[in-house]
Write a protein that binds this ligand. Structure first.
Ligand code: HAM
Length: 436
């Protein structure tokens, strides 16, 4: 068979057999965010290109090299979202959400698009679970956001991670730091890549996270921002470290973390998994106190993080974490003939209305093949409708794990009788742990 189209490089299919893994991550992440007071926000998959240029920053790799941009009719330029913070801030402002009680807390589960060199853990379409909090400038908000990320990882069963934190200061301390960087990098002008050379004047901090081997080698001995923090930024960082320690959250101060997006101020952090190799950053985030104002809102401090869902899944698989059990069929109705067919549809509808996962034959198989199929899909029970039983108004009910067969009366009260039998069988453990 020759396919006429293949999956684009750097994308993945989510096939039904893997769905329970995604559901585990999405359910645990969103439930945990709700526990911390966050509510879901949804926003478009594409935005005006200018939004990302102004927020993510036009000297970043994301904007300079990785955006999927289309020019629609009428010359408007739109870009598939490379991340979720810019869209969240735009939506928060456009809907006037900062006029409500603060802090405003929102979480999202989204697809993102970056034209990167595809490899294990680095995709061109990937998914993020992210949270954003608006309105608090306190270090307590930073600590709470980090605690939320840590709780999500713990609840997913992920153990082998490290939390790295840093402060990259505010525009005031950044000024002196940028000057020091310019001075340092000017000695390497003939070695830096062209992109970094062009960053030198406008934003030398971006050279620190260039992916080129030569540039990152040069950047190893560059001055560090922690030596340039102003008093306020320094106090904020000291308070955060103290608070994290009080909460028992282990961290390493890593002055090399500058993050690849321009909007950050003060605290930045990353959780790195040691179980999945080079693309081990499973969560990245920080404060962005200037972004709301930059995008046209009132000055409002804000912060957040995002986790890469594919990287979380890779880590969970590598660490043998537990996923929710895949949902299996509760009851399969096997039947033959026209009269049985009618009764089957009636019973299946009754069962489905009660919330049971009920299936029947739509393939025209014989009874034996239907039973084989029921076994293959792991159905917990089968109901067999034969002519004799139909006449009597009964059916055979089989617990597939135990191989035991009983008779069940159809007609009024069928659902109650079925539920009673099922509850009876639940206590012997033969039905697995995903019945309801
Ligand atoms: P980011 O560090 O660019 O931050 O991305 C967050 C996470 O998304 C990364 O730690 C990684 O797990 C995942 N990720 C990024 N790129 C890829 C890729 N190409 N393939 C697979 N996974 C990837 C942000 O996006 C910020 N918006 C986070 C944030 C929210 N900061 C404040 N609020």
């Amino acid at each position: 068979m020759e396919l006429i189209a293949k999956r684009p490089n750097g994308t993945k299919d989510m096939i039904p057999a893997e769905a329970h893994k995604w559901h585990t991550v999405e359910h645990i992440a969103s439930e945990t965010a709700e526990c911390f007071g966050f509510k879901e926000i949804r926003f478009p998959m594409f935005e005006e290109t200018g939004l990302f240029k102004r927020s993510v920053g036009d000297t970043t790799d994301v904007v300079q090299k990785e955006m999927y941009t289309v020019t629609a009719k009428g010359d408007d330029s739109f870009t598939l979202r490379p991340e979720g913070t810019a869209g969240t801030v735009r939506a928060v402002l456009q809907n006037g959400l900062l006029n409500d009680a603060l802090p405003l807390k929102a979480y999202y589960i989204i697809s993102c698009f970056r034209h990167e060199k595809a490899q294990k853990g680095r995709l061109r379409e990937f998914h993020q679970f992210g949270i954003e909090m608006f309105g608090s400038k306190s270090y307590l908000a930073d600590a709470d956001v980090i605690a939320l990320a840590q709780t999500v990882l713990e609840r997913l069963g992920i153990k082998n991670t490290e939390l790295n934190i840093n402060s990259i200061g505010c525009p005031q301390c950044r000024q002196k730091y940028q000057d020091a960087l310019r001075e340092y990098f000017s000695a390497y002008k003939d070695k830096l890549c062209d992109t970094c050379l062009s960053r030198m004047e406008k934003n030398p901090m971006r050279i620190l996270d260039c992916k080129s081997e030569i540039c990152s080698d040069i950047a190893k001995d560059a001055p560090i921002i922690l030596d340039y923090l102003c008093e306020e930024c320094n106090e904020h960082f000291e308070n955060l470290k103290e608070n994290l320690t009080e909460r028992g959250i282990k961290f390493t101060v890593n002055p090399k973390i500058v993050r690849g997006l321009d909007y950050y101020t003060k605290t930045v952090f990353e959780f790195v998994s040691n179980s999945i190799g080079a693309q081990g950053t499973i969560c990245g985030g920080g404060r962005y106190d200037g972004l709301v104002e930059q995008l046209g809102g009132q000055p409002t401090p804000a912060l957040g993080f995002a986790m890469g869902i594919e990287r979380l899944l890779l880590t969970m698989e590598a660490e043998n974490c537990e996923f929710f059990a895949p949902k299996t069929c509760d009851v399969y109705i096997a039947a033959m003939g026209k009269a049985a067919e009618k009764k089957t549809v009636q019973l299946v509808n009754l069962l489905r209305d009660e919330g049971y996962h009920a299936e029947y034959d739509v393939m025209g198989r014989g009874l034996k093949a239907q039973m084989k199929y029921a076994d293959k899909i792991g159905s917990k029970f089968t109901i067999v409708l034969g002519d004799n039983e139909l006449e009597k108004g009964t059916a055979k009910l089989k617990n597939m794990a135990k191989g035991e067969e009983t008779e069940i009366t159809l007609g009024d009260g069928f659902i109650d009788r079925f539920s009673d039998m099922l509850i009876g069988d639940m206590f012997d453990g033969s039905l697995g742990d995903n019945l309801f």
